[in-house]
Design a protein around this ligand. Structure first.
Ligand code: NAI
Ligand code: MG
Length: 353
């Protein structure tokens, strides 16, 4: 049989995205060589730095170029001087939409050697996954600013919820729940948002009827954030719209090991386009260029990528290596209370693989 190999696009992006992606590549290559396959990397400089140079985050044919890859590993985008809506709408959002990566999957758990900011919580009480809708919802360009500078100035921002879009993300969450705790909690706000959220709830009811074996629950977003802090043990699969899922996943990361530990996948479940993997965190300009960012989130995002490529054993090796190195605690970046550099922690994990 021919040796297995995969074509991967690496887009390190800006700030610490560059440092953590280099470590993820190192660890994933170690896993590939141990498990008998090859990752063929091609690096792209799509970033704010490129925007400053050329006026665009990526070239006109960027989407087309990336479409030929088996998967994309993305660092982070965003840097002072380039407005965040430019970096987001010039790269991340177009890729997520062009490749129909409608699931943003954000698993969080408390890793060994780390403690939660929630006093007394054990690892088995802090294990959940946010299933965030990734292609529509509140992140929309529909709307406008009118009467600019006038006393009657107003802005309108429209949210877009399609039947197809809502149904497929809810179904994904129920299918995922069948592989985990068989519990789904849907984030809603149908008491305040009177068109989109009741529609979301209605489709949730319809879909849940197809999954009588899964416990389905709805919770208003404000109550849900409180519950995530007070009773995280009662949550497992949480399904949410684009905006709600974005906020919930930073909170979920914060109550587990922090942003340096939380991976994510932008998944095209039908596999007709490449999926894209990235840490939940951003480019962290406050620590960029100092070589002290925690690479674990990006390394775990790489493990999610291996899973998606069908290399589950290699993915487990990466996760086990991360757990082992964190449990030993000898090599830890400053956010974990240590003095190690990004490179030292990445190398320790690669060696453990
Ligand atoms: P951020 O996630 O970059 O940083 C928040 C805080 O967490 C900072 O204090 C940072 O030092 C710390 N932090 C984040 N990752 C860390 C790591 N791996 N190790 C140690 N500490 C870490 O969020 P912020 O500051 O709101 O955004 C900075 C830039 O990143 C903005 O331009 C924003 O638009 C962009 N961004 C990009 C994302 C992406 O590419 N998907 C996601 C979130 C933000
Ligand atoms: Mg976010």
């Amino acid at each position: 049989t021919a040796a297995r190999s995969y074509d991967i696009a690496a887009v390190p992006g800006d700030g610490i995205g560059v440092d953590v992606t280099a470590e993820a590549v190192k660890v994933l290559d170690a896993a590939a060589s141990r498990h008998g396959f090859t990752l063929r990397w091609t690096e792209f400089d799509y970033s704010c730095e490129r925007y400053a140079r050329t006026g665009a985050m990526m070239p006109d044919d960027g989407v087309e170029t990336l479409s030929g890859f088996d998967a994309i590993l993305l660092g982070a985008v965003g840097f002072p001087g380039v407005p965040d809506h430019v970096s987001l709408w010039g790269l991340l959002i177009p890729l997520r939409r062009a490749f129909s990566q409608y699931v943003n999957l954000r698993p969080v758990r408390l890793l060994p050697g780390t403690t939660s900011v929630l006093a007394g919580r054990r690892a088995d009480e802090l294990e959940m996954v946010i299933v965030r809708e990734n292609c529509e919802g509140e992140y929309s360009t529909l709307g406008g600013r009118h009467n600019q500078g006038q006393p009657g100035e107003f802005v309108l921002q429209e949210a877009v919820f399609t039947r197809v879009g809502v149904e497929r993300i809810l179904r994904y969450a129920f299918e995922l729940a069948r592989t985990r705790s068989r519990r789904v909690c849907s984030a809603t706000k149908s008491n305040g948002i009177v068109h989109t959220m009741p529609f979301w709830d209605e489709i949730f009811e319809l879909v849940s009827a197809d999954y009588p074996d899964v416990e389905a629950e709805q919770c208003h977003i404000d109550a849900l954030v409180a519950r995530m802090v007070q009773h995280p043990d009662r949550l497992d699969v949480i399904v949410a719209s684009n905006l709600f899922g974005d906020i919930l996943s930073d909170l979920a990361a914060a109550i587990t090991g922090g942003l340096g530990m939380a991976p994510s996948g932008n998944i095209n479940p039908e596999r007709t386009h490449p999926s894209m993997f990235e840490a939940v965190h951003g480019s962290a300009p406050d620590i960029a260029g100092r070589g002290i960012a925690n690479p674990v989130a990006q390394i775990l995002a790489g493990a999610m990528m291996l899973d998606q490529l069908g290399e589950a054993e290699a993915a487990r090796s990466v996760e086990t290596a991360v757990e082992q190195v964190l449990a030993e605690g000898r090599v830890a970046t400053p956010d974990l209370g240590g003095k190690a550099t990004t490179e030292q922690l990445g190398s320790a994990i690669a060696a453990a693989v």
